[in-house]
Write a protein that binds this ligand. Structure first.
Ligand SMILES: *Cc1c(COP(=O)(O)O)cnc(C)c1O
Length: 387
């Protein structure tokens, strides 16, 4: 059976050039970058090269890039280690209701430790209003964390404005840019970002390697204690092959970003228009324009997202109901609830995320398979009555 992958927001296949770049660092070039002999120096120089490439990609300096194990670790470090290090300045953190669990759960822990957290709500498009961030600021606020684009509905948050507000008030600003890094241009100065999380496996790189950008002068501690790697900000022998792979993925993103973006817009229109003309009683989540072109989040009324997923999967189509982390639980996604959907509609959401290897044929296959699935499920649904 043919298999069609439309879950690029969960993870991406690795680009073959990335694999090729990484391979020698598992075998011949296996040195520990902390060793002073030639094996060590070889590994160290590969890391330096990757760090330079990644820093350059977002307008940062090389010593502002920390390598971590991924988006989750970067979010954890950015939040916990800034808060612990700066707690003499205050105990208040501002974030939003639609963040990734890596941010929300970290804030939850801090709340249990006695910190104050404000979760700024979003509008029906999933956008946070910078004015509401501004009014949430108190003289105890030490950190604002707002994601760049949401992983479930694709909406792009007004982080430039939020960064500007944070800067004016002398508050640190962190953004989870895992969904945008490598997909759209990012410049940390233009966007007023103090800290940024990214993860290689969302841009055709390997899993288990991420970065945390930390603006020079930011007081931040290490999540892991041990050796003096990463300028004492992240102990543990570096994931050399992963770091090389991340660098290569960024090199490729630099070249492909614009044309991929264009292609994804065309595919997005094709899928969205196709669904709209074939299925009634649906609506799309997220902002109509301020959004990532890889993402389509659609609510199909009267049926459950989970049942659609299972039926699509039987036909070889891999989609998602929201975030990978929410599936398997019966609770509807916090993002769907945050944009104001009632429980029954929140359960009917379906997410398609496309990428570099998605073709028009893939989209057309979905358009052939999805409508009869919806029709079948609706015919069994007690909620659905055709006029
Ligand atoms: C995938 C994702 C993460 C987690 O990154 P990992 O590298 O898988 O830990 C965090 N935030 C967002 C927005 C994501 O999409």
């Amino acid at each position: 059976m043919k298999r069609i992958y439309l879950d690029y927001a969960a993870t991406t296949p690795m680009h073959k050039d990335v694999l090729e770049a990484m391979q020698p660092y598992f075998t011949d070039k296996f040195g520990n970058p902390s060793s002073i002999h030639s094996f060590g120096r070889e590994a160290k120089s590969a890391i330096d090269k990757s760090r330079d490439l990644i820093a350059n990609f977002i307008g940062a300096k090389s010593d502002e890039i920390l390598f971590t194990s991924g988006g989750t670790e970067s979010d954890n470090q950015a939040i916990k280690e800034v808060v612990f290090t700066n707690s003499q300045r205050g105990n208040h953190i501002i974030t939003t209701t639609i963040e990734h669990h890596a941010v929300l759960e970290t804030c939850h822990l801090l709340k249990n430790l006695g910190y104050k957290i404000t979760y700024v709500p979003v509008d029906k498009f999933g956008l946070v209003n910078p004015d509401e961030i501004k009014s949430a600021i108190t003289d105890k606020t030490i950190l604002i964390s707002v994601m760049h684009a949401n992983n479930e509905i694709g909406s792009l948050e007004p982080i430039t404005e939020i960064g500007k507000i944070a800067k004016e008030r002398g508050i640190l600003f962190h953004t989870d840019a895992v969904q945008t890094f490598g997909a759209i241009p990012i410049n940390v100065d233009e966007l007023n970002i103090d800290m940024l999380s990214a993860s290689a496996h969302k841009l055709y790189g390997p899993k288990g390697i991420g970065i945390l950008y930390v603006r020079k002068g930011t007081r931040i501690g290490s999540l892991l204690h041990g050796g003096s790697q990463e300028r004492r900000k992240r102990a543990g022998t570096e994931n050399v092959a992963g770091i090389v792979g991340f660098g290569k993925a960024v090199e490729i993103a630099k070249i492909d970003m614009e044309k991929d973006d264009l292609k994804l817009k065309i595919l997005n229109d094709r899928l969205k228009n196709g669904i709209s003309s074939r299925i009634d009683d649906i609506f799309y989540n997220g902002h109509p324009e301020k959004r990532l072109p890889k993402n389509i989040s659609v609510c199909i009324k009267y049926i459950e997202g989970e049942s659609m997923l299972l039926n699509l999967d039987m036909k070889g189509i891999a989609a998602s109901t929201g975030s990978a982390c929410s599936s398997g639980s019966l609770e509807p996604s916090h993002v769907m609830l945050a944009i104001g959907l009632p429980h029954e509609l929140a359960h009917g959401s379906l997410r398609f995320t496309m990428g570099k290897y998605t073709t028009e044929q893939d989209i057309d296959y979905v358009l052939e398979i999805l409508p009869p699935i919806v029709e079948k499920l609706r015919s069994m649904s007690p909620l659905y009555k055709k006029e």
